[in-house]
Design a protein around this ligand. Structure first.
Ligand SMILES: NC(=O)C1=CN([C@@H]2O[C@H](COP(=O)(O)OP(=O)(O)OC[C@H]3O[C@@H](n4cnc5c(N)ncnc54)[C@H](O)[C@@H]3O)[C@@H](O)[C@H]2O)C=CC1
Ligand SMILES: O=C(O)[C@@H]1CCC=N1
Length: 254
């Protein structure tokens, strides 16, 4: 399968890295030249084809558009004139409106991947137009499954799925930084604190995934009566940790 990219910033490159480490051949990935020279650098770095213009993209079965939302409209105009195939946008767009304007042999699909796709441990939420063919659905699902888990969701829920899977890595990264600061205050070297914290997160997530136990139950197993953990838990409740997370998701989902 040949895959083209328009926009190879953070998420575009994360997808490319994930594809390359899942045995997709670098010769099957093409990036469209951009005025910011990012595409040229990325093509060089990963030994990908560099497309000089939109018509060169037509050899691809899928074109992934990963640009700022403000750039999407103009790109879709160009694709409409020069490309026939599947367009997957990580940059928003309206499924019904965009599909209505595209030629019959061209389809518009929406995707919200998260940054762990670069190590094939990602989550991608996908939305298809009602009339999307089974063949196209499977092509896109199979592509993103190379990068981790895939959830096909109605368009009206794509935002919240994208927020819960795609924005929250940043929230967790902040939590890791804060935990590390606390460790450093108490004398643990910075690098070692990150090793401990990342392993703690991995282990905690794997335990929850493996046992399917309720998070509250897992928390109860850590909180020894009269012990240290419950004092920390009470402080988290007093400072509104749960509500901070709920409000952060609400704000991101607006
Ligand atoms: N970073 C993330 O974790 C995720 C981002 N997204 C969405 O994906 C889109 C891209 O996000 P990022 O990669 O983070 O942004 P970014 O700013 O890192 O990358 C955007 C890239 O698009 C290029 N670009 C801009 N206009 C262009 C044009 N007309 N033609 C070709 N290339 C053009 C820029 O040079 C830049 O390299 C955004 O709409 C974002 O909301 C979606 C899911 C996750
Ligand atoms: O911050 C953003 O807008 C994008 C969407 C999901 C992750 N990053």
């Amino acid at each position: 399968m040949k895959i083209g990219f328009i926009g190879v910033g953070k998420i575009g490159q994360a997808i490319i890295k994930g594809l390359l480490s899942s045995q997709v051949n670098n010769q099957d990935i093409m990036v469209l030249k951009s005025q910011h020279h990012t595409a040229q650098k990325v093509a060089q770095k990963y030994h990908l084809f560099l497309a000089n213009d939109y018509s060169a993209l037509n050899v691809n079965e899928i074109v992934i558009v990963a640009v700022p939302q403000s750039a999407l409209k103009a790109i879709l105009e160009q694709l409409k004139a020069h490309y026939h195939g599947l367009i997957v946008s990580t940059s928003g767009g309206d499924l019904t409106a965009v599909n209505a304007e595209l030629p019959v042999d061209t389809s518009f699909v929406k995707a919200v991947p998260n940054t762990p796709v670069q190590i094939n441990a990602g989550i991608t939420a996908l939305s298809f137009a009602d009339q999307e063919s089974e063949t196209n659905r499977n092509l896109v699902i199979n592509l993103f499954q190379k990068l981790g888990q895939v959830y096909v969701v109605p368009e009206k829920l794509l935002g919240i799925y994208g927020t819960v899977a795609g924005c929250t890595p940043a929230f967790v990264d902040i939590m890791m930084e804060a935990l590390s600061d606390a460790a450093v205050i108490n004398g643990i070297p910075r690098q070692q604190s990150y090793q401990i914290i990342t392993q703690m997160l991995l282990g905690t997530a794997q335990l929850a995934q493996k046992t399917q136990q309720h998070p509250g139950q897992l928390k109860d197993e850590v909180t020894t009566p009269g012990g240290s953990t419950i004092r920390g838990v009470a402080e988290l409740e007093a400072t509104g940790f749960r509500n901070a997370l709920i409000q952060a998701v609400e704000a991101a989902n607006k």
